[in-house]
Design a protein around this ligand. Sequence first.
Ligand SMILES: C[S@@+](CC[C@H](N)C(=O)[O-])C[C@H]1O[C@@H](n2cnc3c(N)ncnc32)[C@H](O)[C@@H]1O
Length: 327
Amino acid sequence: MGAPYDLQTQGKIERYHQTMKNAIKLHHDFFLWELEASLQDFVAYYNDERHHEVLDNVSPADAYFGWKYTVVSEPKKIKKRTMRKRQKEYLATKAAQVAIKNCLLAGRSDSMYRSSHPLNGFDALAPLYDHLARWVFGGAILRAQRSQLQTLEESKNLLFIGGGSGEVLAELLRSSPELKVTYIDASSAMIARAQARLSPPELQRVTWVHATHEILLEPSHTQQRYDGVLTYFFLDCLRPDELLTLIDALEPRIRRWSLVDFVPQTRWWARHLITFMYLCSALTTDLPNRRLSPVPDWLKERGWRATRESSFARGLISAATFERPPD
Ligand SMILES: C[S@@+](CC[C@H](N)C(=O)[O-])C[C@H]1O[C@@H](n2cnc3c(N)ncnc32)[C@H](O)[C@@H]1O
């Protein structure tokens, strides 16, 4: 029934009858009870199932009972999630292409470079790494790295070794607009992830080097000077003798060294937690012998001074920036 004195609602009802007739006439109902059943089916379909464009694509029942927003928001959320996923995949593919190009460039300009460490050992761990780190240590890994950014703010060019998926790299670039970074990592999958986090102008401020740390020992690289070097959870990938060689090679070329690492533990639960992390990385990488070396002590013995030292995750992680003694 239309509202009294309102011809428009009459028109709407007649339009409804037209839709109903178009649907009902498709059936051949031979008995009255068959026609009644067809009408009931149509009304149920029309009110409860059919999505009406004028009602923002929900059924009249959803609109009438106020379910519209739950019904509409779910597909919208799914759509948003899908768009985000597609965008990430697109960026990762683009980034992987850049990584491969840079890898070729690195290979060409450093034809003398020989590595005893495997390339891409961390590729299998790359998609899991950030989730695993967050799951085991909450946000402590990232918080520890962030705590050092202030000490690097005035730097113009930094060397980042073993930066991995680059969670902190984007923040580092945003905190110092003038900064340029040389980013060395042995895993192309990690590099691709780091690149996917950056905007095109930020990507240009980074020199991507898909290589192991040994490239820094090559004669073509020993002339290069940096304001500082960042090594976050990377030094335990190297043996003590390799670390000492790296320190010798970098010491004359840098003024600051920002270090974030696990701390050797005596507490049983902490030892188990670190062993668990290393076990996960041993299962997915080809670096089974990860071990913590006392690099901060070595730097202190050489006269380096620690600034902004702090510890995280109940003493499991230590972060500090060391300054080289004046020449
Ligand atoms: C444990 S992850 C740390 C990643 C990141 N710095 C973080 O804190 O989340 C170690 C990273 O170092 C890289 N890596 C391992 N051995 C390397 C080497 N000899 N030279 C350069 N990178 C290396 C791995 O590919 C990986 O991305």
